[in-house]
Design a protein around this ligand. Structure first.
Ligand code: 13P
Ligand code: ZN
Length: 270
């Protein structure tokens, strides 16, 4: 058996969580990340017949039966993951139609997966329906996106258009835009279902007055998606109180669509 801490996916996740903390997106235990793993890869690192504990999930996700996930633990601080991955992370296999998670590695000392496990698993199902290559769901609390939900209207078209206007390459990075949920109680199946519904049409979902969810095929892509939206929100928060003299026009957005071979969300540009 190879050492699980040398697995490429594990190394990349630990580096990414450390970087997320460094960006100020994950104060205290804020944020959570889940990564779908291939059985083929995992079997070189773990005895997949050895279940350490079975943890009920509190929801059903038949589509994820037998799937493996590397997931951050609830209450765990991203800043500590690199020093004690086996306490702060876990690898689980979903069984019984998603109603139970078999722990194969991690959560040492009695921990369990993030309280946002429903939103993660339901979002994986939703994104896999749109993009079979999707592997990552990432949640965090970036300051400017969060701030923006206090001062900008929450209409998705309007919110998306504002972000697109803040940096030239935004429309290229997230042409499907940003979907927005109103304030909802976190950690529940309800917010999980609402997030997954929003994930069907965009890879970014803002949780008003809380944070953001991103999804993508790998950690770099998903991190970059949130990083770009957060940068745009930062520009917005720097200029929102000033008179707007210039902007990126819809005509210029259409030039970007042509140049980069992308298409902005239907109906969002004039
Ligand atoms: P967990 O510590 O349970 O992952 O919760 C953090 C969080 O950001 C809740 O939305
Ligand atoms: Zn959160």
């Amino acid at each position: 058996m190879k050492n699980i801490l040398d697995m490429k996916e594990m190394v990349e996740l630990i580096r990414t969580l450390t970087n997320m903390y460094a960006h100020g997106w994950d104060e205290r235990n804020g944020g959570n990340v889940s990564m779908m793993l291939d059985e083929k890869t995992l079997k070189d690192y773990l005895d997949l017949g050895k279940v350490l504990r079975t943890i009920p999930t509190g929801f059903e996700a038949k589509e994820l039966e037998g799937k493996y996930f590397l997931v951050t633990g609830t209450g765990k601080y991203f800043k500590n993951v690199q020093y004690a991955p086996e306490e702060n992370l876990g690898i689980v296999r979903l069984v019984d139609g998603g109603k139970n998670a078999e722990l194969l590695w991690g959560y040492e000392g009695g921990g369990k997966f993030t309280s946002e496990f429903p939103a993660h698993m339901m979002s994986h199902v939703a994104r896999l329906g749109v993009d079979p290559e999707n592997r990552i769901v990432m949640h965090c609390h970036p300051s400017n996106l969060l701030a923006m939900t206090y001062v900008h209207d929450l209409d998705e078209k309007s919110f998306t258009r504002t972000l697109w206007q803040m940096c030239t390459e935004c429309i290229v990075v997230f042409p499907d835009g940003v979907n927005v949920l109103p304030w909802m109680l976190c950690g529940t199946n309800e917010i999980g279902e609402a997030t997954a519904e929003k994930m069907k049409t965009a890879r970014l979902v803002v949780w008003s007055q809380h944070g953001i969810y991103g999804a993508g095929k790998d950690l770099d892509e998903t991190f970059g998606l949130i990083e770009t939206a957060e940068k745009a929100a930062e520009i917005y928060m720097k200029i929102a109180h000033l008179p707007r003299v210039n902007t990126i026009t819809d005509d210029e957005m259409h030039q970007l669509e042509k140049r980069f071979g992308i298409k902005g969300r239907e109906g969002y540009l004039d």
